[in-house]
Design a protein around this ligand. Structure first.
Ligand code: FES
Ligand SMILES: [Fe+2]
Length: 330
């Protein structure tokens, strides 16, 4: 598969979320990852099977088939696939005749974490990053839909690592109160798996924002950190003076070089009194602002250090791009 992202073996060795676990119900799901069309289904053992969306028999799209008793049935001639994609039935052959050895699907690595289905097309190079709050009973997790953004995953990560766009792109949500000046960025490990920086911002805090911050003043101070985990995972943490902590995992998955899935996961140590829907309404509105901006930009983000003009506010993105190039170079 051609393309800077789609052609990279290193990127094929990373884990990417492609759907929410709850979406993988009684029907097969069609997703595209790094230019490859995949079918997902849940087999009888409860595990997710992910394979090329092409039947080995006559290349029918398996995602157009049905799942029966935990087996995926091809819509064309009914060949049937079970646990680990093994072909368990060829209806045109006599019962007892084993399917041809090459009839079995070649499954990709698939797992579920944080309410999401993650796929790795190659040999996994690094684990899915850890969010420690997942196992902390004081926190609840809130998942959001997987959306399609008409932009490159590289532009999304660049945007998520950048705070200088807040007073411009996020005027209608939280950005209006923020100083346009970005204080000196001190970049470093935030913990074992995340590299980034810490900062403080003033955020607008009205209407739905007040539901998210748990405070009613017009403007609130947020202590934040933003960091990356290669290739395209971004974690943003927000802590308010009240001790309320709001963690965002921002996940960009390349469908192809210039189209991506976007989903984010929230962890919060609140008292659970505000509904999950109300909590994420603010974050969804913020995401919509980024999406609207990014869909105006063309192509993949130039990754080298000379094509784009950068300033100190772009330090984190510059470091992420440097490490991404390194990763892609193997
Ligand atoms: S193409 Fe799938 S069973 Fe024939
Ligand atoms: Fe943004």
């Amino acid at each position: 598969m051609n393309g800077i992202l789609c052609g990279s073996d290193a990127l094929a060795s990373a884990w990417y979320p492609v759907a929410r676990s709850v979406e993988l119900g009684p029907s097969p799901l069609s997703v595209t990852l790094l230019g490859r069309k995949l079918v997902l289904f849940r087999s009888a053992d409860g595990n997710v099977v992910a394979a090329s969306d092409r039947c080995p028999h006559r290349e029918a799209p398996l995602s157009k088939g049905i799942v029966e008793n935990g087996c995926l049935v091809c819509p064309y001639h009914g060949w049937t696939y079970g646990d680990e994609g093994r072909c368990v039935r060829v209806p045109s052959s006599n019962e007892g005749v084993p399917p041809p050895p090459r009839a079995h699907l070649a499954p990709h690595h698939a797992t579920e974490k944080y309410g999401l289905v993650w796929i790795c097309l190659g040999q996994p190079g690094a684990p899915i990053p850890t969010i420690a709050e997942e196992d902390d009973a004081a926190y609840r997790r809130i998942n959001t839909p997987v959306d399609v953004w008409r932009t490159s995953a590289t532009r999304m990560v660049d945007n998520f690592l950048d705070i200088s766009h807040f007073p411009y792109v996020h005027v209608a949500t939280f950005g209006r109160a923020q100083d346009t000046l970005v204080p000196k960025i001190e970049l470093g490990p935030l913990d074992e798996e995340w590299i980034g920086y810490r900062y403080e911002v003033l955020a607008n805090n009205t209407d739905i924002g007040a539901l998210s911050s748990g405070q009613s003043s017009g403007v609130v101070e947020r202590a934040m950190s933003t960091g990356f985990n290669l290739p395209f995972n971004v974690r943003s943490t927000i802590t308010y003076g009240t001790g309320l902590s709001h963690i965002l995992l921002l996940l960009s998955t390349p469908i192809d070089d210039v189209t991506s899935y976007f989903t984010f996961v929230v962890w919060r140590n609140d008292d659970f009194s505000v509904s999950a829907e109300e909590i994420i309404r603010f974050d969804l509105a913020i995401g919509a602002e980024d999406k609207m901006m990014l869909e105006k930009l063309d192509g993949v983000l130039p990754l080298d250090q000379t094509t784009l003009v950068s300033v100190q506010a772009d330090k984190c993105s510059a470091e992420w791009r440097r490490r991404l190039i390194e990763l892609m170079a193997g």
